[in-house]
Structure formats: structure tokens, C-alpha cells
Design a protein around this ligand. Sequence first.
Ligand code: C5P
Length: 237
Amino acid sequence: FPVSVVLPAGGTGERTGLQTPKQFCTFLGRPLISYTIQAFESVPWIQSIVVAVAKENMDLMTDIIQRFKHRKVRAVPGGSTRHRSICNGVLALGEEERPAVGRPKVVIIHDAVRPFVEEDFLCKIAMAAKEQGAAGAIRPLVSTVIATTSEGYLDHSLERAKYRASEMPQGFTYDVISQAYQRCSESDFEFGTECLHLALQYCGTNAKLIEGPPTLWKVTYKRDLAAAESIIKGEFL
Ligand code: C5P
């Protein structure tokens, strides 16, 4: 069944404290995002990849894309929030330019700053999304999650064993993800962080959760850049 990918890459990466957004930081001569694109581009059963990028990085992105030999990667303008960037990508999948490529059955969404995703896990997500409507990666929690009072005191804590961290990739049938974005509200676009939640809330679909490997982690802080470089060099996995 046809599978396409949306990579939100429209962020400015403020948390790394660097001038360059983290997806464009260079590792062994290549921007981080090119490793993420490669992880998808090398998968034969993926028919197209749409990358959502901020306007100011569009030229840079076009340059990166041109280095991939298959013509299945393209860039679209990102949005002011992560959801708007993803939504732009999903809309673009409905307007494929190559005549032989139709609408995908399944859309995989993955952050541009999680470069180490592997084909076998993508396959699990795509299969589960096709069967259930939606599927997403989870990881056990490293720290306990607590709620604080507005004055900065402990309100309550959650039982760690019962909860999981929601990671990427996530997969959806095209119908579910496009309808979720048509039906959701302005505030979902502004504040929502979870595509799976939109699918559940607006399409009533099941969301299958699958535990992924630790390498799905998101490059977020400056120290993550050093860890990512070590993995790319093959020093540890
Ligand atoms: O900021 P955060 O780490 O949650 O961003 C996750 C992903 O969402 C990144 O790949 C980032 O580029 C993307 N994003 C986006 N459009 C925005 C904000 C973030 O595509 N407006």
C-alpha cells in the first residue's frame, strides 16, 4: 500500500541556544536533516517525502534536497506552529505533481530532528496505522512526571509505570490525518502537541502504541548535538 512521509522541519530550535536551527547543524559535512531524509529516502516502499520548512530556510532546503538522487523529496512552506507545518505537509500530499503517484494510504509523520529511525520500525508503524487508523512510538519514562502548583510546590505525582513518553514516528491513514486537521480548532493548531490525540478526538480512531528503540530520541539541546555526532560516526548506538 502507498506510504508517504511528512517531516516537520519548520522550527527555529531555540532550545539548543544556537543561531542555526538544529535540523540544519552540520555533522561530518552534512546537515542533520539530510540524515533524517536519507533514513526515509532509502526505504523502497515509501513513495514520497514532504519536508515543511520556514520560508527563510527554503533555499537551503532546496539545495539539500537536490543532493538526493530519487525525486521523491520536496519542500513546502512550514507554519507558525508544528501542527501548521504538519498540516501544510499533509495538504501537499494531496497535490502530488508526479502523475504516477496517487494519494497515499498511510502518512508517516516524523520530526526532522530524529535522524536515527530505522526501516523495520517504520514498517511496524505503517502496518499498525493502516489497520487501526493511527499508531505512534512510545518509550518508557526516564523521570517521574509531577504536577506543580502555581506557587512552585508539589501538587501530585504520576505513577511512572503507568505512563509512557510519546515519541515519533506516528502513522495515520491519509483519511484520518487529513480529516483531523480539517475538523480541529484554532487552539489545537496553536497549543496541541500530539497528532495522535487529534486523530482520537476528531476521528474517533484507535491509536496503537508501539515501543520504539532509544535511538528515536529527539535532538533538542546542545549536548544532544554531540551525542548525535557520535552516533553518526558509529561510536555508539
Ligand atoms: O520544537 P520541537 O523540538 O518540538 O520541534 C519538533 C519538530 O517540529 C522539529 O523538527 C521542528 O523543526 C518542527 N517544527 C515545525 N514548525 C514549527 C515548529 C516546529 O515544523 N513552527
